[in-house]
Design a protein around this ligand. Structure first.
Ligand SMILES: Cc1ncc(COP(=O)(O)O)c(C=O)c1O
Length: 451
C-alpha cells in the first residue's frame, strides 16, 4: 500500500484559483473552521506534492486495501478486441464503493480534532454508508441527509447506514431551514445533492456545542487527495503485471473524486510527457463538464458554501431522477475542472440506456453487477475497446470499477422489463439554472499546457 497520498495541486501547470466569498475576496482557512476541522482545512489548501498517510489510517484502510487490479479477459474476448482492459475493483470495500477511501481519513482527522459528530449528504447512498461505517469504526456520531429520489429507490442503503449506527433522513427534510424552504417551494421535488449539502452544512454549523462538523464525500481537494490511493495502487499493480503505462484511463465522475482518484497519478505522468488519454464520464442528464461553463459557483442550493471555480450547471439545477444518483451533482471538482481547462483530460457524457446495456454486457462476461454510476465508465471502456479493434491496436485501458450495484437492482429491473427510458434534458432547464449564476464572479480560463 502507498504510504503517501498524491496532491496534484503541486503539479498543475496553472495554479488553482482560490475559493471566494460572494464579495469576490478569497476565503481564508479561518472562515472554513465552523464547517471543517483545521487539520483537514490544512490538507484542503496544501500545495505539498506528497502527504503522509498516518499509520492508524493505513491500518484501517488495510481492512480492504490494496483493492484488486483485475484484467477483464472475458470482456476482451467477447469484444474480440486486442485491447488489454484492467479494472481497479473498489467495490470490495465494506460499503461497496470507493467512498470509504476518504470516509476513514475524514472521520479520523475529525476525531483527532476533538469532534464528536459528523453531518453529511448522500446521493445514491454510497457515501452515507461509507461515512456511517467510518464513524462507527472511529467512534463518532453520523447524521446523513439522503436525496429523496435515492431514499425511495434504494431503501436498503438506509438500513446499511443504520446497521453502522448512522441516522439517515430523506432530503429535503423538515429538520433544517434550507429543507423547509425547498419543501414549501417544491413539495414534490426528487431532491438533489445541492439541496442535501445545504441541509447537512446547516445542521453542522447550527450545533452550538461546537462539536459537530460537516463532511463532504467528493468535490473538495482533500477528498480527492485521499482517493489518489486508487491510482497509486493501480500504478504499482500495473508494474507488477509488466505493464509500463496505460494508454487510456477512464472513471465516472459525479463530484469528481472517483475519477480523480484513479487518474491523477497518471495526469502527473502526462504533465511530465507521457502520452495517455484520460477520460471522465458524466451522465448526459447532468452534463456539467460537456455543456456547462467554467465559472465560479456555489456548491449547494442555499449558497452556504464558498464560490468554487468549476464547470457547473448552476447551483439551483435539479437533475432528472436517473438511477445513477451519484452522478446527479450540478458541479465538478475544481481540480478536475482545471485539468479540463488545461486540456489534460477530455470529458464525455452518456445516456442511461447505453450505460445499462453496457452493465449487462459486463455482468454477462465478467460476472459482477456494477453500480449504475460505474456503468458509465464501462460504456466508455467498451467504446474504446471496440475502437482499438477497428484500429488493430493493442491498447492498455485502465478504469475504476467504483462500486457494485447489488442494492441498485430496481434500475436493472426497470431496464430488463423495458420500462427504463432515456431522460432528455430540455435546453430551457439548463438556461434557467445558468441564468441564476450569470452575475457571479467569473473564473479565469487560463491554459498553459500543450495538451
Ligand atoms: C459507485 C459510485 N461510483 C461513482 C460515484 C461518483 O462519485 P464521485 O463524486 O467521486 O465522482 C458514486 C457517487 O455516489 C458512486 O456511488
Amino acid at each position: 500500500m502507498p504510504k503517501q497520498w498524491y496532491n496534484i495541486a503541486a503539479d498543475l501547470p496553472t495554479p488553482m484559483q482560490p475559493p471566494i466569498g460572494p464579495d469576490g475576496k478569497p476565503i481564508t482557512p479561518d472562515m472554513l473552521a465552523p464547517v471543517f476541522p483545521m487539520n483537514l482545512i490544512e490538507q484542503e489548501v496544501s500545495r505539498e506534492r506528497w502527504i503522509d498517510i498516518p499509520e492508524e489510517i493505513l491500518e484501517l484502510l488495510s481492512i480492504w486495501h490494496p483493492t484488486p487490479l483485475v484484467r477483464a479477459t472475458r470482456l476482451e474476448k467477447f469484444l474480440k478486441t486486442p485491447a488489454h482492459i484492467y479494472y481497479k475493483d473498489e467495490s470490495v470495500s465494506p460499503a461497496g464503493s470507493h467512498k470509504p477511501n476518504t470516509a476513514i481519513p475524514q472521520a479520523w482527522y475529525n476525531k483527532q480534532f476533538g469532534i464528536k459528530k459528523l453531518t453529511t449528504e448522500t446521493g445514491a447512498g454510497q457515501w452515507g454508508c461509507a461515512l456511517s461505517f467510518a464513524c462507527n469504526l472511529i467512534g463518532l456520531e453520523c447524521k446523513v441527509f439522503m436525496v429523496r429520489i435515492s431514499f425511495d429507490q434504494k431503501p436498503y442503503r438506509k438500513t446499511m447506514m443504520q446497521v453502522w449506527g448512522g441516522n439517515c433522513v430523506a432530503s429535503p427534510s423538515n429538520e433544517t431551514q434550507a429543507g423547509r424552504d425547498i419543501l414549501r417551494r417544491m413539495p414534490n421535488t426528487p431532491g438533489s445533492l445541492g439541496i442535501a449539502i445545504s441541509e447537512a452544512i446547516e445542521a453542522a454549523v447550527s450545533d452550538k456545542s461546537g462539536e459537530t462538523r460537516y463532511s463532504l464525500g467528493s468535490v473538495l481537494n482533500h477528498v480527492i487527495l485521499h482517493q489518489t490511493i486508487i491510482g497509486l495502487e493501480a500504478k504499482k499493480q500495473l508494474k507488477m503485471a509488466g505493464v509500463k503505462k496505460p494508454d487510456i484511463v477512464i472513471g465516472c465522475a459525479g463530484g469528481g473524486s472517483n475519477f480523480a482518484g484513479i487518474s491523477f497519478p497518471f495526469v502527473n505522468d502526462k504533465i511530465h510527457g507521457e502520452n495517455i488519454e484520460i477520460i471522465p464520464i458524466e451522465s448526459s442528464t447532468c452534463p456539467k463538464m460537456t455543456k456547462g461553463p467554467f465559472t465560479y459557483d456555489f456548491g449547494d442550493i442555499a449558497k452556504m458554501t464558498p464560490l468554487l471555480p468549476m464547470f457547473t450547471l448552476g447551483h439551483s439545477f435539479v437533475p432528472p431522477p436517473i438511477h445513477a444518483g451519484g452522478l446527479r451533482y450540478h458541479g465538478m471538482a475544481p481540480l478536475v475542472s482545471q485539468c479540463i481547462v488545461e486540456g489534460l483530460i477530455k470529458p464525455r457524457a452518456y445516456n442511461q440506456l447505453k450505460c445499462y446495456e453496457s452493465a449487462l454486457t459486463w455482468a454477462r462476461t465478467e460476472g459482477s453487477i456494477c453500480a449504475p454510476e460505474t456503468s458509465h465508465a464501462i460504456a466508455c471502456v467498451i467504446e474504446e475497446a471496440n475502437r482499438a479493434r477497428e484500429e488493430g491496436k493493442e491498447k492498455v485501458i485502465l478504469f475504476s470499477y467504483s462500486g457494485h450495484g447489488l442494492l441498485d437492482l430496481a434500475g436493472y429491473d426497470k431496464y430488463l422489463s423495458g420500462k427504463l427510458t432515456d431522460v432528455t434534458l430540455p435546453d430551457s432547464e439548463l438556461c434557467d439554472s445558468l441564468k441564476a449564476i450569470k452575475d457571479l464572479p467569473k473564473a479565469e480560463r487560463k491554459k498553459t499546457g500543450k495538451w
